[in-house]
Design a binder for this molecule. Structure first.
Ligand code: SAH
Ligand code: F3S
Length: 482
């Protein structure tokens, strides 16, 4: 493995490939074990699944050998994510064969639709396949498995938001939680499989979002991240797909709730509840969202604003809906309104037909924005996407790899620059737990989403602590409480 592969793996794992470990829930006689791959939305979905199954008498376990039910919540974003899931399924099957013959193995989420026949019928790797909008059908599907039948539901809905289901918080720290606000995506970026695997975009009832946040405060949580593939596109008009908004009554349209409105509603839930959101799409992010961020101290000064490329030609080919110039104007507006707003990105290298000139434009955009950090990927062709159907995946792997290495290297320079700038400053840190490296130190994050480690003293998880930054590594600020 060369350095670029190692870096890509590191970045991939930090955002896209972690396993969800599950806290033990002693209630319930049957045991479930869930692993999640992919985006935060998948982790959030696993909490919905756990909630549905808890009502069916299941408890959670971290020991796969004692599980009656093993689920893997899957990701299709890149080919690598799919390969990982396949390996896990093979591993579960070896356990099933050798130690736990009664165990049910199920595939949840984004890979369900595409690989249902292959997993269920051809390779017989799984007993159950269920897509992201069909989780309410789980009890029924489990009965079908018990009856010896094939169980599959990959129906994609225009309405389902699981608004009424209180997620069972899994493997979390008890301080920060994800709250899902939209499902699906209508943007049809030409490289992206999400619109095919997660269906039409729809928004969740704002009242249910606010209520979930209120409950989280009661349960001791201090931070929520509002989640969606494209949060800025949030639009509540009484239910249904965003595409059908124009068909809604005039009254429903006039009383609709935008993302800026929702953000304000959640910010009002409690001043001690910190708010983050992810992901913003540059084509949908509006100035009123930035104004709401400025108005409320409890909304974090941090925006994840994936750009994907710095070249207009490539952005257009990706169907991103903005130009380099528009993106720069948006960045300028954010910085003019909230000067210390931290900005991160996603970037793809080696998209179809990308030239050295396009690549240089990506590097120069990075120099302009100087992102706090970024998630950078080699383009990977995905089934059914416009890119797969209409463009040639023509950039050789070694070129993709070299360009990726160059943007990662640049990003590391910028990240370190931001870290060093913070030395000597003091930030409010929300403590999320102890540091991985030392029990004597605490770990938390600033409003800018920077990781901070400092000596424990008498502070504890869930505290807001003012920390003066003394030094840094490339990824962590080190300081002391003042
Ligand atoms: N809006 C979503 C984007 C989901 S995909 C969100 O919540 O983050 C996450 C990132 O994966 C994208 O921003 C993009 O940079 C990357 N990605 C998506 N499809 C890809 C592909 N085919 N090849 C490489 N990277 C891809
Ligand atoms: Fe994918 Fe573009 Fe939506 S990256 S998730 S189609 S905004």
């Amino acid at each position: 493995m060369n350095i670029t592969q190692v870096l890509e793996k590191k970045i991939d794992e930090s955002k896209q490939g972690e396993r969800l470990s599950i806290v033990d829930n002693p209630k319930g006689s049957k045991k479930m074990y869930i692993e999640s791959y992919g985006c935060q939305m998948n982790f959030s979905d696993s909490e919905i699944v756990a909630s549905i199954l808890t009502k069916e008498g299941f408890s959670t376990t971290q020991d796969i050998n004692e599980a009656d039910l093993v689920f893997v919540n899957t990701c299709s974003i890149r080919e690598k994510a799919e390969l990982t899931v396949r390996k896990r399924l093979e591993f579960y099957n070896s356990i099933k064969k050798d130690k736990n013959p009664g165990m049910i193995v199920g595939v949840l989420g984004c890979m369900a639709e595409r690989l249902k026949e292959k997993f269920l019928e051809e390779e017989k790797l799984v007993d159950l396949v269920i897509g992201p909008d069909a989780y309410r059908d789980l009890p029924n599907l489990l009965k079908q498995v018990d009856d010896g039948r094939k169980a599959v539901n990959v129906f994609l809905s225009k309405e389902e938001t699981y608004a009424d289901i209180s997620p069972v918080r899994l493997g979390g720290n008890g301080v920060t939680a994800f709250v899902s606000i939209t499902r699906g995506c209508d943007n049809m970026c030409t490289f992206c499989v999400v619109p095919f695997t997660r269906g039409r975009e729809r928004s969740r009832n704002p009242e249910s979002i606010v209520n979930e946040c209120k409950q989280l405060i009661k349960d001791g949580y201090k931070e929520v991240t509002l989640l969606g593939q494209n949060v800025d596109s949030y639009l509540w008009y009484g239910g249904g797909a965003k595409k059908d908004f124009k068909k809604a009554t005039k009254d429903a349209q006039e009383n609709s709730v935008s993302f800026a409105n929702l953000l304000e509603m959640v910010a009002e839930v409690g001043s001690k509840l910190r708010i983050r959101f992810s992901t913003s799409n540059p084509q949908d992010m509006t100035l009123d969202v930035i104004q709401v961020m400025k108005k409320y101290n409890n909304i974090c000064n941090y925006i994840h604003l994936p750009v994907q490329s710095g070249s207009d030609r490539i952005l257009s080919k990706m169907n991103r809906g903005y130009t380099r110039g528009k993106y720069i104007t948006l960045i300028d507006n954010i910085k003019n309104t909230i000067p210390d707003c931290s900005i991160s990105m996603d970037m793809i290298t080696g998209f179809c037909s990308e030239t050295e000139q396009d690549h240089q434009e990506t590097l120069s955009l990075m120099d302009y924005v100087k992102y706090e950090y970024g998630y950078m990927f080699k383009y990977s062709e995905r089934p059914n996407t416009t890119a797969e159907r209409k463009f040639e995946d023509d950039i050789p792997n070694d070129v993709k790899q070299r360009r990726l290495a160059e943007i990662i290297e640049k990003q590391q320079v910028h990240s370190l620059l931001h870290m060093k700038e913070k030395i000597g400053e003091t930030f409010e840190v929300l403590v999320e737990g102890t540091s991985k490296k030392s029990e004597e130190k605490l770990y938390g994050r600033t409003t800018h989403n920077s990781a901070v480690v400092f000596p424990k003293e008498n502070y504890k998880k869930g505290d807001y602590v003012m920390v003066e930054i003394e030094e840094c590594t490339s990824a962590t600020l080190l300081g002391k409480a003042i």
